[in-house]
Design a protein. Structure first.
Length: 270
């Protein structure tokens, strides 16, 4: 099997904008953006957030066990998982949407304070990756952190596809118009304190699932993913290839501290 090619760049903010009250889009420029010309929009990537007060990026290295080896603490970045929302090879820019969680985490704090010229490290695979298989019906489920990948899926679904998309956001003011050619029913769930629980599972249970070829994509908080996966796999009988379900975060725990739990839980059902 060919080794996956990955690239890393340091990019500088050219502009940022609030696309809703809790979602910030950041445009990042680098002359090396073309490294990612074949990368699938919507694929996961890693960002390297410089520590407070430092506007340089010192990337960690991955050892043979895929564990991060960090530079000294005073210059070491925080590594977080994000999804690039788009790329412009003419302007050498890519853009990433951040959920504004306040100053609680390094990525949210960085984006709130970022200004033109602020640097961010980006690490992504350089090849394309299939986000979903062909199916007649799609079940797309996520919280605000999943909007970039769900948007990428929706934009590429064929006209003949049908499905339901359920997204939990802070409030109605954070609903976004998501483009798709497919026949998708959108359900927006409002929950201002999603870190204290979720309303997604209840919404998922209320959907009538047709007897046809199907695929589900679930991306949200750790415990919510477990609940939804258990419902679809154990109660509704979905097969493993019909469902991608992975948590982007775990309530009350930093991403780097929850990575092992999230990966172990994912591996246990595959």
């Amino acid at each position: 099997m060919a080794k996956m090619q990955t690239g890393q760049i340091v990019a500088e903010v050219t502009k940022k904008e609030y696309i809703t009250p809790h979602f910030i889009r950041v445009y990042l420029h680098s002359e090396e953006v073309s490294l990612f010309k074949d990368t699938t929009v919507g694929d996961n990537n890693k960002i390297a957030v410089p520590p407070q007060g430092l506007n340089e990026v010192y990337f960690p290295d991955l050892d043979e066990n895929h564990e991060w080896i960090y530079p000294p603490k005073e210059i070491a970045p925080s590594i977080r998982t994000y999804t690039h929302r788009g790329i412009n090879l003419e302007t050498n820019e890519l853009f990433i949407d951040f959920v504004d969680h306040g100053d609680g985490g390094p990525a949210s704090k960085w984006v709130r304070e970022a200004e033109k010229g602020s640097k961010l490290g980006v690490m992504m695979r350089c090849e394309g990756r299939e986000l979903y298989p062909e199916a007649d019906w799609y079940f797309l489920i996520g919280d605000g952190t999943a909007i970039p990948v769900l948007s990428a899926i929706l934009e590429t679904l064929p006209e003949k596809a049908k499905g339901v998309c359920i997204i939990e956001v802070h409030g109605k003011e954070d609903e976004q118009k998501l483009e798709t050619k497919a026949d998708i029913e959108f359900k927006w769930i409002h929950h201002s304190e999603s870190h204290l629980g979720n309303k997604l599972t209840e919404a998922v249970r209320s959907v009538e699932i047709p007897e046809t070829s199907k695929f589900g994509y679930v991306a949200c908080e750790f415990s919510t993913v477990k609940e939804i996966r258990s419902y679809l796999r154990k109660e509704k009988g979905w097969k493993q290839p019909e469902l991608y379900a992975y948590s982007y975060w775990k309530a009350g725990v930093a991403e780097n501290e929850s990575q092992a739990d999230r990966q172990k839980e994912k591996d246990s059902v595959e």
